[in-house]
Write a protein that binds this ligand. Structure first.
Ligand code: NAP
Ligand code: G4F
Length: 323
């Protein structure tokens, strides 16, 4: 029997990779898409899946539309990827971030509880919940200490997922994913900002690159690997929470070096520090321990940072050349 999936946030980076994965596995894929004044399906076109998806209008802030999407898609699995996901923007839009990333999760869980309680649910939780880290390497038992309105909203989303699992016996799992990137990453995130700028500088279309805290460290993986972990969580008999990470942490500075090196440039000649890109409260370092995901799900990251940044650089070099 063909399985039905509903993906919120299908037009985002992870949504595009997950849609491809589920279509390849034979799922009927539905996508909740918020009304935008300009085209938001470019990533789905890049993945070659735009025509294969059933689109449902809706917004995570609008409980009625979320409920209708659940009823119309009759999903075996729901992947809640929709979010205002840019940490820096969350200080400027704290209420929207709280509604979409926090309360929006309840809209979806409540629709599932009332209309489709057999549906398995995945919540896109984040390593930003660890924020001011309470352990050198973070795992499922590390206490949370979010440092941004985004992290706080996501923590609500995480705990309401746990609560609905425990209260109503829903098959609801939370993936605590560390940073993951790809050529489809939004340009505002630091990896894409750097690979795009390095490509432009190499091709004479930009002179320098302004960044904030380049001493921050992140545990970066590849989005294509991470959506497999999401799917695996919903194939388990028991719902649970899982950290998904590489177990390696690297500074923004070193990531810049890798990107610029790849096109024969020295990042030190181009990167300028601009206080405008520093955050009101920073998450200085993140380092995940994916041992549980490996043990229970049989999941392991396949792509190291060097390979990932090279993949992004190659894609940006081609794209910038065509502009
Ligand atoms: P992304 O590229 O920013 O995609 C976010 C998606 O959410 C887009 O499809 C966006 O639609 C949609 N969206 C935003 N507001 C919405 C609303 N009010 N109603 C319905 N849809 C809405 O994010 P991503 O990198 O793919 O991440 C996917 C999820 O994982 C997010 O929840 C993010 O917070 C979480 N996460 C990401 C990472 C990471 O490193 N990438 C790590 C941990 C957790 P539009 O395209 O129309 O804007
Ligand atoms: O690429 P970033 O903006 O990602 P951040 O804040 O870690 O958040 C991403 O990963 C989270 C998982 O941990 C997700 F939940 C979230 O949705 C998002 O996908 O920034 C990474 C680091 C930060 O420390 C930031 O201060 O890079 C530093 N940075 C330095 N200069 C910069 C810049 N970040 C951005 N975006 N732009 C800069 O110019």
């Amino acid at each position: 029997m063909t399985k039905s999936a509903l993906i919120t946030g299908i037009t985002g980076q992870d949504g595009a990779y997950l849609a491809r994965l589920l279509l390849d596995k034979g799922y009927k894929v539905h996508g909740l898409v918020a009304r935008r004044s300009s085209d938001s399906r470019w990533r789905l076109r890049e993945m070659g899946v735009e025509a294969d998806i059933v689109y449902l209008d809706g917004d995570m802030a609008d409980a009625c539309s979320v409920q209708r999407a659940v009823i119309q898609s009759a999903p075996d699995e729901v992947y809640n990827l929709a979010a205002q996901s840019f940490v820096a923007a969350s200080w400027n839009q704290p209420v929207t971030t709280g509604i979409v990333d926090g309360l929006g999760v309840t809209h979806l869980l409540e629709a599932i509880r009332q209309f489709s309680p057999h549906t398995r649910f995945y919540q896109a939780s984040t390593s930003e919940m660890f924020g001011l880290i309470q352990a050198e390497q973070q795992d499922e038992n590390t206490p949370f200490y979010p440092r941004s309105p985004y992290g706080v909203a996501k923590l609500y989303g995480h705990w309401i997922t746990v609560n609905y699992r425990e209260s109503f016996n829903l098959h609801a799992s939370s993936g605590i994913l560390f940073n993951h990137e790809s050529p489809l990453r939004g340009i505002e995130f630091v990896t894409r900002k750097v690979t795009d700028a390095a490509a432009r500088i190499k091709q004479g279309k930009q002179q320098e690159l302004a960044l904030g805290n380049i001493d921050a460290k992140r545990d970066w993986g590849f989005a294509g690997d991470y959506v497999e972990a999401m799917w695996l969580m919903l194939q388990q008999d028991k719902p649970d929470d899982f950290v998904v990470a590489t177990g390696v942490t690297t500074t923004v500075r070193e990531m810049c070096r890798i990107a610029f090196d790849h096109v024969g440039l020295n990042y030190r000649d181009y990167v300028k520090i601009d206080p405008a890109f520093f955050r009101p409260a920073e998450v200085e370092v993140l380092l995940g321990n994916p041992a549980k995901a490996q043990r229970v799900l049989g999941w392991k990251p396949k792509t190291d940072l060097d390979t990932l940044i090279r993949m992004m650089m190659d894609a940006d070099m081609k794209r910038v050349a065509k502009e």
